[in-house]
Structures are given as structure tokens and as C-alpha cells.
Write a protein that binds this ligand. Sequence first.
Ligand code: NAG
Ligand code: NAG
Ligand code: NAG
Ligand code: NAG
Ligand code: NAG
Ligand code: NAG
Length: 421
Amino acid sequence: MTSMHLILIGLSVLHARTGGLNEQKLDKPVLKGPSIALKDTSEYFYCEIPGHTAAVQVHYELYVETNMDKIISEHTSLTGDTAALLLFVREHHDGRLICKASAHNNTDIQSSYSDAWELRVITPVKGLGIISHPSSLNVWEGQTLTLQCKKAQGTHVSYDWFLNEMPVQMQYDRNNDTLIIHRLSARHTGDYTCVASNQFNDTIYNSSSEAVTVNVKEPVGGAVTLTPFKHIKDFQVVGVGLLCKVERGTFPVYRWFHNGSRLTGRGDFYAVAYSDESFLSLSVSRNSNGFYHCDAADRFDNSSSISSAKMIISEEALNSVSPLVAVVVFTCFAVLIVAVTTCCMYGVMLRRRYSSKYPLNEQRGINKIPVKDEDDEEDDDYLMLEGYDEDVTHADRMSDSNEDEDESVDETLLYEGAAPE
Ligand SMILES: *[C@@H]1O[C@H](CO)[C@@H](O)[C@H](O)[C@H]1NC(C)=O
Ligand SMILES: *[C@@H]1O[C@H](CO)[C@@H](O)[C@H](O)[C@H]1NC(C)=O
Ligand SMILES: *[C@@H]1O[C@H](CO)[C@@H](O)[C@H](O)[C@H]1NC(C)=O
Ligand SMILES: *[C@@H]1O[C@H](CO)[C@@H](O)[C@H](O)[C@H]1NC(C)=O
Ligand SMILES: *[C@@H]1O[C@H](CO)[C@@H](O)[C@H](O)[C@H]1NC(C)=O
Ligand SMILES: *[C@@H]1O[C@H](CO)[C@@H](O)[C@H](O)[C@H]1NC(C)=O
């Protein structure tokens, strides 16, 4: 042992340190090798102490810097040659590699470490899928959507995003698997795919995900309107339908109120219809009298709702329509008769005054007046018919949902007494 020590002291690889032999240390080794390697292949890394001769046997060990407890390859150089460290490349070898040199079977000489050597281990990318937060079926305008491109395997991957097979028109970090879309709007609706790729030498590996359909929903907004439809039988309003409609919103759902109390399903005088509950049909009776309104909310988030104006529905008011019209028509007739009578009397007076001068002209003049009035009367009839036609077309529009005949619309009447909230 003593003779061994004496030999070692003379060697260039050893630094005489302050103090005794116990503090001698090997020179710093140098590590080289490939800087990129494909997973599950074998590669050689080379470690040597420059200028080292065979006088002392050096043992070389290879480590990953982050795990210095685990030797990943080792080699003992008996001859002073460069150590060739064979490494079967695993994914966890990705990172900084360190070579440790120690004197073989001699713990009195301190070991030394090389600088780190960067190794990129390439695993071809495979098995992509998109994870969406929140779920892509439930995203609202204005929200933030996060799409993550998850891979089953792959290292040193870069990502490309496509919307309806066109590159996504926004800035994103290709090295990050996550695409974040702030303030969603309708233009973000569509099929998203991600393509991930990595490269080893000249070979490019790539993989594409299945498409994820993102549907950006518009929340309810704007005004809520109530449209009434009358159901007339034998000149009596026997039923009223109310249609509730909100200006904007992809998935509205409606609620109905009578004098402020909620109406659901079917009751003794009403029924709520359609899957979004937008239609309320009423059979007109004393029970159905009162104020009606509806409100609209989002199907998936009913925390806020928009209310329509209140509409009054009263059995008496609805069915006093025909007498009212009759009174108006009767009054018109009465006025007409008075007018004609007045004209006749006036004519008679004129006749008395001018009969000697213009007997023929006068005759014609008297005939003309009632003829003209008759024309006006015919116009009135025609207008009423026209109004009736319009009602019929409204009824046709509704006939899909309501098989009853004789429906018509008279919004002006029903809106009487309607009070905005
Ligand atoms: C070095 O140690 C190993 C065991 O650790 C032993 O087998 C070998 O004989 C030793 N060599 C010398 C030269 O002492
Ligand atoms: C990717 O981006 C997200 C959000 O900006 C961030 O939290 C995450 O750390 C990033 N990941 C990488 C690997 O850069
Ligand atoms: C990768 O490229 C390096 C340098 O161009 C070359 O030495 C090596 O043989 C290549 N490896 C493969 C597997 O093509
Ligand atoms: C993926 O690879 C195929 C062929 O290997 C190539 O045609 C295609 O352009 C690549 N896609 C991307 C996004 O790199
Ligand atoms: C609803 O209000 C109207 C008018 O105030 C009233 O005539 C009717 O009886 C009320 N109906 C119910 C069920 O409260
Ligand atoms: C909102 O919806 C939930 C679940 O469907 C229901 O329990 C709740 O009563 C609703 N709130 C309102 C105000 O309608």
C-alpha cells in the first residue's frame, strides 16, 4: 500500500493538496456523446481525464444530474484509455448527464465530476386527444376556453392547432400543449384538432388528434316579447295562446306567470307547451282573468332571467269585441243616414230655389251623392274582410302547434292595459 501511494504521488492526475495524501483528487473528466438520441436505442458516451496515463485505474460512472443516486452506465479504464460508456437510451435519460471519475479500489483519492452534457431523448409522438375545460358542449360567449392536447407518448413535442382544418388564427406557444381562448364568441365555434410533431435527425414524427366540436352558446339577452293568438269559435273568443320569445340566446327556457304566480305543466284553464315551454294556451273563463307575463333564462344557467311586459287578459274584454264593432258600424250607418237625409233636405231646398234655372243638372247632383256614399260603404266592408284575411294567415302560422280552427290575432286589443315592468 505504501509503495502504491508513492507511485500515485508522482502522477499528473493527482493534485497535491494542502495537507496529507488523503486529500488528493482526480482531475476533472470530460464527457462527450450524442446530444440527441432516439428512445430505446443504444448510444456510446465517452468520458476521459485529459492527459491521464494508465498509472492509476479510473472508474467512470454516468449519471443523470437530477438523480445522482443511480448509475446509468459505468466503465473501468485499466489502460488510461477514454472510457466508452454504453447507454441503452430511456426517456428518463433526457436532460443533463454527468460523468464521475474515481480511483479504482482507492477511497483515499477524491472523485471528480465532469460538466453536464445535454441529451435530448426523442420518443416519437403518438396518441393525441383533446381535453376541454369547460366541457366543449357547455361553453358560453365571453367565457375562457382551455383546450389541452394530451399525448400518450412523445418528448420534445411542438403543437399546432387547427379550427375546421385551418390553422387557428391566434398567437399561442407551440411548445405548450395548451391553447387558451379568451372571450369566446360565435366565430370560435367549430371543430378543433391538434397536431403534435417531433423530430429525430431528418425524420419528423407527427400525430393528429380527433376533432373536438366547440359550440359557443349565446346567453339570453335583449327584450322578451309576448305575442297573443286568439282562438275564435262561433264569433266567441274561447281560447288564447301566448308565445314568449327572447331576442337573443341559443338555449332559452321560459317560465309563465299568472298574477305573479308560476304556471307549470297543465292546470284547469291553462297548458304550457313546447320543449322550451315558450307557449301558454289558455281557455278563456273567469279563472283565466288576470295579468300574464313570461320570463326567459338560459337552460344551463337559470341564475338570471329576463321578464316580459305584463299582459291583461279578461274574458269580458275579449268577448265584448263584437258588440263594440257592431256599435261602431251602427253609429256609422246612423251618421250616414243623417248625412244623406241632410243632403236630401238641402237638395230639396236648392231645388226650390233653382228649379226654374237648372232643372237637369240638379237632378243629376242628387243622384250622385248617395252613389258616392255607397262606394265608401263598400270600401269599409272590404277593409274588414282584408283584416279578416290577415287573421286567417296568422292562424295558419300557428296551425302546426294548435289544431283548433278559427284562430286569429288581435294584438292591439290584448295589449290594452299591458303595463311594462
Ligand atoms: C478491486 O475491488 C474489487 C471488488 O470491489 C476486487 O474484486 C478487485 O480485486 C480489486 N482490485 C484490486 C486491484 O485491488
Ligand atoms: C403552458 O401554459 C399554461 C398556461 O399558460 C401554464 O400554466 C403551463 O405551465 C405551461 N406549460 C408549459 C410546459 O410551458
Ligand atoms: C443522426 O444524425 C447524426 C448527425 O447528422 C448522424 O451522425 C447519425 O448517424 C444520425 N442518426 C440516424 C439514426 O440517422
Ligand atoms: C405529418 O406527417 C405527414 C407525413 O409524414 C405530412 O404529410 C404532414 O404534413 C405532417 N403534418 C404536420 C403538421 O407536420
Ligand atoms: C288575477 O288578477 C285579476 C285582476 O286583478 C283578478 O280579476 C283575478 O281574479 C286574479 N286571478 C287570480 C287567480 O288571482
Ligand atoms: C334553476 O334550475 C334548478 C335545476 O334545474 C332548479 O332546481 C332551480 O329551482 C331553478 N331556479 C329557478 C330560479 O328557476
